[in-house]
Ligand binder design. Structure first.
Ligand code: GRF
Length: 202
Protein backbone atom coordinates (compact mmCIF):
# COMPACT_ATOMS: atom_id res chain seq x y z
CA UNK A 1 0.00 0.00 0.00
CA UNK A 2 1.06 3.59 -0.78
CA UNK A 3 1.08 6.15 2.03
CA UNK A 4 1.25 9.92 1.77
CA UNK A 5 2.03 11.47 5.17
CA UNK A 6 1.08 15.09 5.96
CA UNK A 7 3.07 16.97 8.62
CA UNK A 8 3.33 20.48 10.11
CA UNK A 9 6.06 20.14 12.69
CA UNK A 10 8.83 17.93 14.07
CA UNK A 11 7.55 14.80 12.29
CA UNK A 12 8.34 12.30 15.04
CA UNK A 13 5.22 10.34 14.06
CA UNK A 14 6.49 10.34 10.46
CA UNK A 15 9.88 9.18 11.74
CA UNK A 16 8.26 6.33 13.66
CA UNK A 17 6.56 5.16 10.46
CA UNK A 18 9.82 5.47 8.49
CA UNK A 19 11.73 3.50 11.14
CA UNK A 20 9.11 0.75 11.34
CA UNK A 21 9.03 0.30 7.57
CA UNK A 22 12.85 0.28 7.40
CA UNK A 23 13.03 -2.28 10.21
CA UNK A 24 10.27 -4.61 8.96
CA UNK A 25 10.53 -4.00 5.23
CA UNK A 26 7.66 -2.48 3.29
CA UNK A 27 6.43 -5.92 2.22
CA UNK A 28 6.04 -7.22 5.77
CA UNK A 29 4.71 -3.94 7.13
CA UNK A 30 2.23 -3.72 4.28
CA UNK A 31 2.94 -0.17 3.20
CA UNK A 32 5.57 2.31 2.17
CA UNK A 33 5.60 6.10 2.29
CA UNK A 34 5.64 7.50 -1.24
CA UNK A 35 5.63 11.23 -0.38
CA UNK A 36 5.43 13.69 2.51
CA UNK A 37 3.39 16.89 2.31
CA UNK A 38 3.32 19.91 4.59
CA UNK A 39 1.49 23.21 5.02
CA UNK A 40 4.71 25.10 5.74
CA UNK A 41 8.41 25.13 4.93
CA UNK A 42 11.36 24.90 7.28
CA UNK A 43 10.05 22.17 9.55
CA UNK A 44 12.03 19.19 10.79
CA UNK A 45 9.33 16.89 9.40
CA UNK A 46 10.35 17.83 5.85
CA UNK A 47 14.05 17.31 6.70
CA UNK A 48 13.20 13.81 7.93
CA UNK A 49 11.44 13.10 4.63
CA UNK A 50 14.34 14.39 2.57
CA UNK A 51 16.82 12.41 4.68
CA UNK A 52 14.78 9.33 3.83
CA UNK A 53 15.00 10.22 0.14
CA UNK A 54 11.27 10.87 -0.17
CA UNK A 55 9.57 13.39 -2.47
CA UNK A 56 8.01 16.28 -0.57
CA UNK A 57 5.48 19.00 -1.35
CA UNK A 58 4.47 22.14 0.53
CA UNK A 59 1.04 23.76 0.20
CA UNK A 60 0.88 27.07 2.08
CA UNK A 61 -2.50 28.68 2.58
CA UNK A 62 -1.02 32.13 2.00
CA UNK A 63 0.12 31.13 -1.49
CA UNK A 64 -3.48 30.71 -2.60
CA UNK A 65 -6.31 33.16 -3.29
CA UNK A 66 -8.71 31.25 -1.05
CA UNK A 67 -8.97 28.32 1.32
CA UNK A 68 -10.76 26.39 -1.43
CA UNK A 69 -7.85 27.03 -3.81
CA UNK A 70 -5.43 25.80 -1.14
CA UNK A 71 -7.51 22.69 -0.59
CA UNK A 72 -7.55 22.03 -4.33
CA UNK A 73 -3.76 22.40 -4.50
CA UNK A 74 -3.30 20.05 -1.51
CA UNK A 75 -5.64 17.53 -3.11
CA UNK A 76 -3.84 17.58 -6.44
CA UNK A 77 -0.37 17.44 -4.87
CA UNK A 78 -1.45 14.44 -2.78
CA UNK A 79 -3.30 12.73 -5.65
CA UNK A 80 -0.18 12.87 -7.82
CA UNK A 81 1.29 10.11 -5.61
CA UNK A 82 -1.80 7.90 -5.84
CA UNK A 83 -1.99 7.06 -2.12
CA UNK A 84 -4.02 4.17 -0.78
CA UNK A 85 -3.99 5.87 2.65
CA UNK A 86 -3.26 9.44 3.70
CA UNK A 87 -1.82 9.79 7.20
CA UNK A 88 -2.16 13.17 8.91
CA UNK A 89 0.59 13.03 11.53
CA UNK A 90 0.62 16.35 13.24
CA UNK A 91 -0.79 18.15 10.20
CA UNK A 92 -2.28 21.31 11.65
CA UNK A 93 -4.79 22.27 8.96
CA UNK A 94 -8.37 21.15 8.48
CA UNK A 95 -8.70 19.57 5.05
CA UNK A 96 -11.63 20.77 2.97
CA UNK A 97 -14.50 19.23 1.07
CA UNK A 98 -12.47 18.67 -2.09
CA UNK A 99 -9.80 16.74 -0.24
CA UNK A 100 -12.40 14.61 1.54
CA UNK A 101 -14.30 14.02 -1.71
CA UNK A 102 -11.10 12.61 -3.18
CA UNK A 103 -9.64 10.76 -0.17
CA UNK A 104 -12.49 10.56 2.31
CA UNK A 105 -12.68 7.28 4.16
CA UNK A 106 -8.93 6.70 3.82
CA UNK A 107 -7.48 9.66 5.72
CA UNK A 108 -6.14 8.71 9.15
CA UNK A 109 -5.38 11.35 11.78
CA UNK A 110 -3.67 11.13 15.14
CA UNK A 111 -4.77 13.46 17.95
CA UNK A 112 -3.03 13.89 21.32
CA UNK A 113 -6.13 13.50 23.49
CA UNK A 114 -8.85 10.93 24.15
CA UNK A 115 -11.53 12.09 21.69
CA UNK A 116 -14.24 13.23 21.99
CA UNK A 117 -12.54 15.02 24.86
CA UNK A 118 -10.32 17.98 23.99
CA UNK A 119 -10.54 18.17 20.18
CA UNK A 120 -8.81 20.90 18.22
CA UNK A 121 -5.36 22.39 18.09
CA UNK A 122 -4.61 22.43 21.84
CA UNK A 123 -5.75 19.02 23.10
CA UNK A 124 -2.80 18.56 25.45
CA UNK A 125 -3.05 22.04 26.95
CA UNK A 126 -6.83 21.73 27.33
CA UNK A 127 -6.65 18.39 29.16
CA UNK A 128 -4.01 19.76 31.52
CA UNK A 129 -5.98 22.95 32.19
CA UNK A 130 -9.13 20.95 32.80
CA UNK A 131 -7.40 18.88 35.47
CA UNK A 132 -7.90 15.56 33.72
CA UNK A 133 -6.19 12.69 35.56
CA UNK A 134 -5.77 10.61 32.41
CA UNK A 135 -5.53 11.70 28.82
CA UNK A 136 -3.90 10.04 25.82
CA UNK A 137 -4.09 9.85 22.06
CA UNK A 138 -6.60 8.84 19.42
CA UNK A 139 -6.06 7.49 15.91
CA UNK A 140 -9.19 8.04 13.84
CA UNK A 141 -10.49 8.43 10.31
CA UNK A 142 -11.02 12.01 9.23
CA UNK A 143 -14.56 13.09 8.42
CA UNK A 144 -15.97 16.53 7.67
CA UNK A 145 -15.75 17.63 11.29
CA UNK A 146 -12.76 18.57 13.46
CA UNK A 147 -11.38 15.44 15.15
CA UNK A 148 -14.84 13.82 14.94
CA UNK A 149 -14.31 10.85 12.63
CA UNK A 150 -14.66 7.15 13.54
CA UNK A 151 -12.12 6.10 16.18
CA UNK A 152 -9.72 3.28 15.26
CA UNK A 153 -7.60 3.08 18.44
CA UNK A 154 -6.78 5.00 21.59
CA UNK A 155 -3.97 4.94 24.13
CA UNK A 156 -4.18 6.18 27.74
CA UNK A 157 -1.54 8.34 29.40
CA UNK A 158 -1.65 9.42 33.04
CA UNK A 159 -1.37 13.11 33.87
CA UNK A 160 1.20 13.82 36.58
CA UNK A 161 0.96 16.68 39.10
CA UNK A 162 4.26 18.11 37.92
CA UNK A 163 3.35 18.00 34.23
CA UNK A 164 3.52 21.05 32.05
CA UNK A 165 2.20 20.95 28.47
CA UNK A 166 5.45 19.88 26.83
CA UNK A 167 6.25 17.14 29.38
CA UNK A 168 2.77 15.70 29.04
CA UNK A 169 2.84 15.99 25.24
CA UNK A 170 6.16 14.15 25.07
CA UNK A 171 4.74 11.33 27.17
CA UNK A 172 1.66 11.20 24.96
CA UNK A 173 3.80 11.14 21.83
CA UNK A 174 5.62 8.03 23.04
CA UNK A 175 2.30 6.18 23.13
CA UNK A 176 1.01 7.90 20.00
CA UNK A 177 3.92 6.86 17.80
CA UNK A 178 3.50 3.20 18.70
CA UNK A 179 -0.27 3.35 18.24
CA UNK A 180 -0.03 5.03 14.83
CA UNK A 181 2.57 2.56 13.51
CA UNK A 182 0.45 -0.37 14.67
CA UNK A 183 -2.81 1.00 13.25
CA UNK A 184 -1.43 2.06 9.86
CA UNK A 185 0.23 -1.33 9.43
CA UNK A 186 -2.97 -3.22 10.27
CA UNK A 187 -5.09 -1.05 7.97
CA UNK A 188 -2.60 -1.58 5.15
CA UNK A 189 -2.19 -5.34 5.63
CA UNK A 190 -5.74 -6.36 6.54
CA UNK A 191 -7.88 -3.74 4.87
CA UNK A 192 -10.80 -2.27 6.79
CA UNK A 193 -14.43 -1.24 6.62
CA UNK A 194 -16.20 1.64 8.31
CA UNK A 195 -19.75 0.89 9.46
CA UNK A 196 -21.21 4.06 10.93
CA UNK A 197 -18.86 4.90 13.76
CA UNK A 198 -17.41 1.40 13.91
CA UNK A 199 -14.10 0.61 12.20
CA UNK A 200 -13.67 -3.07 11.39
CA UNK A 201 -10.18 -4.41 10.63
CA UNK A 202 -10.50 -8.12 9.79
C1 GRF B 1 1.36 14.98 17.59
O1 GRF B 1 1.19 14.76 18.99
C2 GRF B 1 0.02 15.16 16.94
O2 GRF B 1 -1.00 14.37 17.51
C3 GRF B 1 -0.24 16.61 17.24
O3 GRF B 1 0.99 17.26 17.07
C4 GRF B 1 2.02 16.31 17.31
C5 GRF B 1 2.88 16.24 16.07
O4 GRF B 1 4.07 15.68 16.44
N1 GRF B 1 -1.23 17.16 16.32
P1 GRF B 1 5.15 15.30 15.28
O5 GRF B 1 5.16 16.45 14.29
O6 GRF B 1 4.68 14.01 14.65
O7 GRF B 1 6.42 15.16 16.04
Amino acid sequence: KRLVVLVSGSGTNLQALLDAIAAQGAQAYGARIVAVGADRDGIVGLERARRAGLPTFVCRVKDHASREEWDRALTEATAAYEPDLVVSAGFMKIVGKGFLARFGGRVVNTHPALLPSFPGAHGVRDALAYGAKVTGCTVHFVDDGVDTGPIIAQGVVEVRDEDDESALHERIKEVERTLLVDVVGRLARNGFSIEGRKVVIP
